[in-house]
Design a protein around this ligand. Sequence first.
Ligand code: PEP
Ligand code: MN
Length: 345
Amino acid sequence: MIIVMKRKADQQELDNVIERIESAGYKAHVSKGTDRTIIGAVGDERGKVALKHVETMPGVDKVVPILAPYKLASRETKEGNTVIKVGDVEIGGPKCVVMAGPCAVESEEQLMEAALVVKKAGASMLRGGAFKPRTSPYSFQGLGEEGLKILARTREKTGLPIVTEVMSSSDVELVESYADVLQVGARNVQNFVLLKKVGLAKKPVLLKRGMMTTLEELLMSAEYILASGNDQVMLCERGIRTFETAMRNTLDISAVPVLKDKTHLPVIVDPSHAIGQWKFVLPLAKAAVAVGADGLLIEVHPDPEHALCDGAQSLKPEKFYKLIDEIESIAKIVRKGYAQGYGAH
Ligand code: PEP
Ligand code: MN
């Protein structure tokens, strides 16, 4: 449930309420809004009766049940949107953030070339997988820790923060020691051991929707991370499985406004993995920005024909510059006229 404090409630009153919540066996998640403070009391239902009395405590305005099963991820629990800061980059703020780069880190030269394109375009973050979840065990599996080192060196040279996937709970500390954002891939969206582990990490998490995951299941997965203590979670729609075979997946564009309605967490769209073909990435990226996505995840490769992973959906540099140019005007309208800072090349 949510405890809404009165506007004039002081720190002592707030502390007393938190103590009462915790002594009833709940965890207290405090959210200080511009207007007033609200406290989410989250945990199993035991202790519910004891919490009833909180309503009469000094400083408390009202106690409201959280109806959604995802308590911390729900909009009900927080005033405003979650804005995640990665260096100077703000995800969930006025700017639509573009994260781009190759599917996989293949070599120092390949990543640097891609990173310079990402930077020249004015995009905010560099992506690249060092641990790759491949359908075939015979496909390139990624460079592992060497890939992480290349990512870190490329960040040093370009200043671009890096987002990279962590596939296994045993690798979380390792990946966290190099990455700025930890990606949990579509295939791991319900790997609850991994979700709990990234929930203990100090870095933001980009959580991808699985190909067969409902929005409620996605939000419950986010809840695992939030409930473990990491409140820096962004969601990513990357296409789902439908009866349609003309595309790699079907981009569920409707997920964006629906998620934005249900949760305060930022919503990113990955049109590359959704469509699977480079020539349709641009129209889907435009649609994603138009429908309110807080960011885009785009695969870019200096030489897609020779990419070791996902070349067919990777944009060549020129196409990526065009994408950045074309989304700028849409972002300006949709995101209420804030300067987007695109088109730096
Ligand atoms: C990726 O981003 O490279 C990736 C593997 O994505 P997904 O988990 O959405 O398939
Ligand atoms: Mn990929």
